[in-house]
Design a protein around this ligand. Structure first.
Ligand code: ATP
Ligand code: MG
Length: 183
């Protein structure tokens, strides 16, 4: 799964609309402390369905919305859009007719999140399923936050098993089985 573009607006320190192109190969983000490097990675995690405010370094999900500075008033809305190449047609059937997928999540203060794929309203679960098998996803071991290595080393066996299952690509199957059992 190839990510090609990330757009942020009102998300954490990215108050103005910002577009980052993601070319094939390795992308590095460099900058001084506090410039927003980790916020970019958190935007990726968030748009893929992250539910834990704590792993976004906040106490509630509204904390991802630009909180204002001495020079700028706070925002009431944050929006992140991730563009994913789908030429290989690996997306679930419902979205698999397009060459690119635009996955977006937007949050309004005190009103929660809404997700869209190519302009259609979808459930958070649809977004999670889209990324579940792709070694991506909000909980993918491919996303290693600052300080996570230490947590991994001291993890309990059950938590470490979950990490291994994700790495082995079977956690997507668990999610689908739970979905099927509900029907
Ligand atoms: P380091 O090199 O220290 O890891 P970094 O480049 O990863 O730094 P981030 O942690 O991404 O930096 O960004 C931190 C900045 O984002 C801080 O200045 C913080 O005030 C700002 N920030 C975080 N959340 C918000 C918010 N909701 N509204 C406005 N600014 C925010
Ligand atoms: Mg950082």
């Amino acid at each position: 799964m190839q990510f090609t573009r990330l757009r942020l607006s009102g998300f954490k320190s990215f108050v103005d609309p910002t577009e980052l192109r993601i070319d094939p190969g390795l992308t590095g983000i460099v900058g001084p402390n506090g410039c927003g490097k980790s916020n970019v990675v958190e935007a990726l995690r968030w748009v893929m369905g992250e539910n834990s405010a704590k792993s976004m370094r906040g106490s509630g999900m509204d904390d991802v919305i630009f909180a204002g500075t001495s020079a700028r008033p706070p925002r009431n809305l944050a929006d992140v859009t991730l563009t994913v190449a789908n030429e290989a047609r690996t997306a679930p059937a419902a979205f698999n007719d397009a060459d690119t997928l635009e996955v977006s999540r937007r949050i309004e203060r005190a009103a929660g999140s809404a997700y869209r794929i190519n302009g259609r309203d979808v459930r958070a679960q649809d977004v999670r399923l889209l990324f579940a098998d792709a070694a991506t996803g909000a909980h993918s071991p491919a996303l290693v936050s600052q300080g996570r290595i230490g947590v991994l080393i001291t993890a309990k066996p059950a938590a470490r098993r979950a990490i291994l299952e994700e790495a082995a690509g079977v956690s997507g199957l668990h999610t689908r089985r739970k979905e099927a059992e509900k029907r």
